[in-house]
Each structure stands twice: as structure tokens, then as C-alpha cells.
Design a binder for this molecule. Structure first.
Ligand code: FAD
Ligand code: SIN
Length: 533
């Protein structure tokens, strides 16, 4: 039994920033399933949206967020997060984050932060570290964490399930008192207890066959919270990033929206700019619109990809502003200063998640959720680019403060140790691999950018069959990391379909050909799923 005051599941921006905030108040465990830097955060390119320039205003950032969110954002939450942004950015800088600074043609600008632009933003407001913003955030935060004696990081530890008073048969309301965690090195399950637990496990891109996300993004937090009885909302709003590199050897490599922010243009395979008729912002329209336009262009022409062209920009500028994208593409034989980049849309961001307040509180006492795993109401039906890192910073700070106010008591009851299954049938591991692939293909084909009722129902039927098989495996065999993640992607896939079937309209990222219009009766209505009982 490992006892802490605060248990943090995940070591991306949300988990690390939160851990730093609560460390002065008690012992903190950060449990993370791979190495400490591996997270969606680590791959963030574009940057963090926040109002820092005189030409910009909170009002404009709020308006852009609400417009992108297509009528489903909670305005009060949007305002809180937007207005709290600059203070949290200043704090991140104090912790050691180095954002890119402006360089003017005359050599001036030093000391001023460079502001990028992305889809749906009416102003330049994206703070970035060239095109490796997330890597720099992880570096700075992990460095800060390393100097905190109260924080212990457990790498290669995969949280399996939350431990709740309800599951333990305790009377009174449901309270989270920790988690069962699989130590991948020792191949055994450990019990972590804490006064408060933070889910900071990120998103679920791996539920789809093609994604910009790294392998950690299997929706574990949403699945664990759902199993524990928390409400989960708006899972139908999966954001597809319009521009993932299309190359047989490239796995999940993003071409940042900032490339279009600096003048990159989307072209059909025949070399025609096809966004001109789709939106006044053309290639820089909000993501849902751009992704659908690319999908439609690919279906119309039968092409496997479209082009993103930067060749009209000076080569020196492209190499200096996007060094990671330039070098990575060059590694695949594409010189982006001389030729257009082949791109396709891919699953990128989970706008829904575990329902929380803006302070990260879930419906279960002692359980908080922050970052991509949570649904605060900021993103609505479509996240505005670079608002997620901002949300994670603001909400983890607020969650830490809220926990301080709540003064959660010590865990005083007995917690049973984990009971394993009896056998590990190695011959049948092919079933795990097969089910992984089947779920991911099923979601890609039936629950993608464009949906229909029939396809959603078909997905629901397939997933129900798979769930039965996975359930059997889970209870009959000793757990492995692959099996645990499979169980989670199956649950999350089902929740996405259930939410999509609840919404009889098209809104933001959820586009259903059977209801091609938004229904005003569904504005401000979340699609909520919660385990019965
Ligand atoms: P993550 O950073 O994903 O961290 C999750 C952590 O939880 C990881 O450490 C993971 O290992 C751990 N974990 C997961 N499950 C378990 C488990 N069961 N047990 C233990 N640990 C677990 N957003 C922006 O705002 N701006 C951008 O420029 C931007 N660019 C992006 C580029 C890419 C390629 C991608 C994939 C995303 C991008 N995003 C961007 C989105 C943004 O990066 C994420 O939404 C954000 O980083 C999420 O932070 P997080 O802390 O919530 O989760
Ligand atoms: C990007 O750089 O295009 C990603 C930005 C985001 O997802 O917010």
C-alpha cells in the first residue's frame, strides 16, 4: 500500500502543473504509464493561446472561442479561463518555460514574445517555442518537479481503476480514495491511496485508426471515471486535425496549424486552392470546417491526400520558424521549402470528457479531472486551436486551490488488495491485437468526420460484441498493459457512439448526414452518459 496526500495520474501539462501547486501541502505521487515526458503535451507544436498583446483583448479571445464552439461552450467558463490565462503564462515563464521571442527585420523585437496565429483566431495570440512548444513545456515543468522533495514520480505505472467508497461498499456518498496501479516493470498491481486524486490522463486519439496522438492516448481516465460512476459528456466531439503528414513511414506526425497561420495554403491534388469557397478565413477557418472540406475534396477527387503548400514563403523563414517540421519532413524526403506537403485529417483532440467544474471537481468527492480528460465547457462542440494547453494550466491551478479549501480528510477505512485473474494464456494474445485493430478501424469507418445513424448503429452493435469478449478476457486472465488499454479504448469507443446517438443534429465536430443542420433546441445541451447505479 502506497499512501500519499495527493495522487496525480498523468505527467502532461495538467498533472505536472497541478503537482507543483499542491506539493507545499503534502506528499504527492505522480503515476505515469511510460516515461515521464511521454504525453500529448510533449508533441504540442502550435502553442498556447492567451491574450498578451495590446492589439488583442479578452473579449476577442472569448468571442473566437464561442464561435468555434458552435453554441455549446459555457460562456462563464470561457471567460474565467481566458482571463486567468496571462497570470498562468507568467507563472510558467517563472518556472523556466522559454517562449520564442520576436525578431524584426531590423534586428529589433528582442524581449517581446512572438505571437503565432491559428485557425479561428481573429488575432495573433499563440505563444510558442518555435514548433516544439510542448517539448519545451515538459522540459520546464519536469525540471521544476525534480527540485520538489514532496513529489515522487512512478514511471511505467499504469492506473487500472479508481478505488471508491461505493465500490468498497462504504455507506454515504461516493468518494475516491486512490487507485489500483499496474507496475509494468514488476508486472504486479499496487494500491495507491490519497486524500485527493487528480485524473490528468489526457485524451483518446488512439481509439481511431489514424491519429496525431502518441500511444499513451487510450482514454484511460474517461474509462476509469465512467466505471467509478462519474458523468461523462460530449464525447461525440472528437476533433480531427486537418493536417497530419501523409507518408507510409510517418506515424502520427502533425503539421501544425501555425503553418497555415504563417501563410500555408491547402491545395487539391490538382494544385487548386479548394478552401476559398468554404469559409471567409479560407485555409485558416476553424478546424471542423477545414477537416470536412478536406474530407469532401478527397472523396470528390478520389485522392489519398491533399497538399499544404508553403513554397511561396522564404526558405529561411520556414526553416527558422518550423525547424522540427522542416527536419522531420526532410527525413521523409520532403523539402517543404521546395515542394508541397501531403496531408490528411486525423483524430486529434477529445473535446468532451469527465464532466467537471472549472475547478476540476467531478461528481465524485475527492476525484478531480483536469486537461484533455475533462469536459469543463470551454471547448463546446469544437475546440479553438491552442486553447487546450491554456485550459490545462488554468484549471490545474484552480483545482489545487479548490482542494486546499475542501480540506479532504485522511482515508480511514481498509482497502483490499487487487485480485488477479488465474491464468495468462499467451496463445490468445492475438485476440487482444485483433480487437485493438477492429475497434480503431470501426471508429474510423463509422464514427469519423461524417456520420450517419446507420453507421453509428452498426458501430454500436460491433462494439457490444467486442465488449463481451474483452470482458471475459479481463476477468479470466492476469492483466497486461495491452489488455488494460484495450478495455479502456473499447469503453471510450462505446461512450463516443452513445453520445453521438444522443444528439439528433449536426453541430461543430459532430456532423450527421441524417440531421445536417444544427437544432436550436440542442444548443447548450450536453450529451451525458453515466453508468447506471
Ligand atoms: P497529456 O499531456 O496527454 O498527458 C497525459 C498523461 O497521462 C501522460 O503522462 C500519460 O502517460 C498519462 N496516462 C494516461 N493514461 C494513464 C494511466 N492509465 N495510468 C498512468 N498514466 C496515464 N494543444 C494546444 O493547446 N496547443 C498545441 O499546439 C497543441 N498541439 C498538439 C499537437 C499534437 C501532436 C497533439 C497530439 C496535441 C496537441 N495539442 C495542442 C493538444 C494538447 O497537447 C493536449 O490536449 C494537452 O497536452 C493535454 O495535456 P494533459 O496534461 O491533459 O494530457
Ligand atoms: C497545431 O499546432 O496545429 C496544434 C494546435 C492545437 O491542437 O491546438
Amino acid at each position: 500500500m502506497k499512501r500519499f496526500d495527493f495522487l496525480v495520474l498523468g505527467s502532461g501539462i495538467a498533472g505536472l502543473f497541478f503537482a507543483l501547486k499542491v506539493a507545499p501541502h503534502g506528499k504527492v505521487a505522480i503515476v505515469t504509464k511510460k516515461n515521464r515526458a511521454e504525453s500529448n503535451t510533449n508533441y504540442a507544436q502550435g502553442g498556447i493561446a492567451s491574450v498578451t498583446s495590446k492589439e488583442d483583448s479578452f473579449e476577442l479571445h472569448v468571442r473566437d472561442t464561442l464561435v468555434a464552439g458552435a453554441g455549446l461552450c459555457r460562456e462563464a467558463v470561457v471567460r474565467t479561463i481566458v482571463e486567468d490565462g496571462p497570470a498562468r503564462i507568467a507563472e510558467l515563464i517563472r518556472l523556466g518555460m522559454k517562449f520564442s521571442e520576436r525578431t524584426l527585420p531590423n534586428g529589433g523585437g528582442a524581449g517581446e514574445l512572438d505571437l503565432g496565429r491559428e485557425g479561428g483566431h481573429s488575432k495573433r495570440r499563440i505563444l510558442h517555442a518555435k514548433d516544439i512548444t510542448g517539448h519545451e513545456i515538459e522540459r520546464a515543468l519536469l525540471n521544476a518537479v525534480a527540485s520538489q522533495p514532496n513529489i515522487t514520480i512512478f514511471e511505467n505505472h499504469l492506473a487500472i481503476d479508481l478505488i471508491t467508497s461505493q465500490k468498497l461498499g462504504q455507506a454515504g456518498g461516493n468518494r475516491c480514495v486512490g487507485a489500483y496501479v499496474f507496475d509494468k516493470n514488476q508486472q504486479r498491481v499496487e494500491t495507491f491511496t490519497a486524500r485527493a486524486t487528480l485524473l490528468a490522463t489526457g485524451g483518446c486519439g488512439k481509439v481511431y485508426l489514424y491519429t496525431t496522438n502518441p500511444d499513451i492516448a487510450t482514454g484511460d481516465g474517461v474509462a476509469m471515471a465512467y466505471r467509478a460512476g462519474a458523468a461523462v459528456a460530449n464525447m461525440e466531439f472528437i476533433q480531427f486535425h486537418p493536417t497530419c503528414l501523409y507518408h507510409p513511414k510517418a506515424k502520427s506526425f502533425l503539421i501544425s496549424e501555425a503553418v497555415r497561420g504563417e501563410g500555408g495554403v491547402l491545395l487539391s491534388l490538382a494544385g487548386k486552392p479548394f478552401m476559398d469557397d468554404s469559409h471567409p478565413l479560407k485555409s485558416l477557418a476553424p478546424r471542423d470546417i477545414v477537416a470536412r472540406a478536406i474530407d469532401s475534396e478527397m472523396k470528390r477527387s478520389g485522392a489519398d491526400h491533399v497538399w499544404l503548400d508553403m513554397t511561396h514563403k522564404p526558405a529561411r523563414f520556414v526553416i527558422d520558424r518550423f525547424p522540427n517540421i522542416y527536419q522531420t519532413c526532410l527525413g521523409y524526403g520532403i523539402d517543404i521549402t521546395k515542394e508541397p506537403i501531403p496531408v490528411v485529417p486525423a483524430a486529434h483532440y477529445q473535446c468532451g470528457g469527465v464532466m467537471t467544474t472549472v475547478d476540476g471537481e467531478t461528481g465524485i468527492a475527492g476525484l478531480f479531472a483536469v486537461g484533455e480528460v475533462a469536459c469543463t465547457g470551454l471547448h463546446g462542440a469544437n475546440r479553438l486551436a491552442s486553447n487546450s494547453l491554456l485550459e490545462a494550466l488554468v484549471c490545474s491551478n484552480r483545482a489545487a486551490r479548490r482542494m486546499g479549501q475542501l480540506q479532504l480528510p485522511e482515508v480511514h477505512f481498509e482497502i483490499p488488495t487487487w485480485q488477479s485473474g488465474q491464468a495468462n494464456n499467451l496463445d490468445e494474445l492475438v485476440v487482444v491485437a485483433h480487437n485493438w485493430n477492429e475497434i480503431r478501424r470501426c471508429l474510423w469507418d463509422y464514427v469519423g468526420i461524417v456520420r450517419t445513424n446507420k453507421r453509428l448503429q452498426r458501430a454500436q452493435a460491433r462494439l457490444a460484441n467486442l465488449q463481451q469478449e474483452i470482458h471475459e478476457y479481463y476477468w479470466n486472465f492476469i492483466v497486461t498493459a495491452d489488455l488494460l488499454e484495450l478495455r479502456n479504448i473499447a469503453t471510450v469507443a462505446e461512450l463516443i457512439v452513445q453520445c453521438a446517438l444522443q444528439r439528433p443534429e449536426s453541430r461543430g465536430l459532430h456532423y450527421n448526414l441524417d440531421y445536417p443542420q444544427a437544432d436550436p433546441a440542442w444548443a447548450q445541451r450536453d450529451s451525458v452518459v453515466q453508468k447506471p447505479g
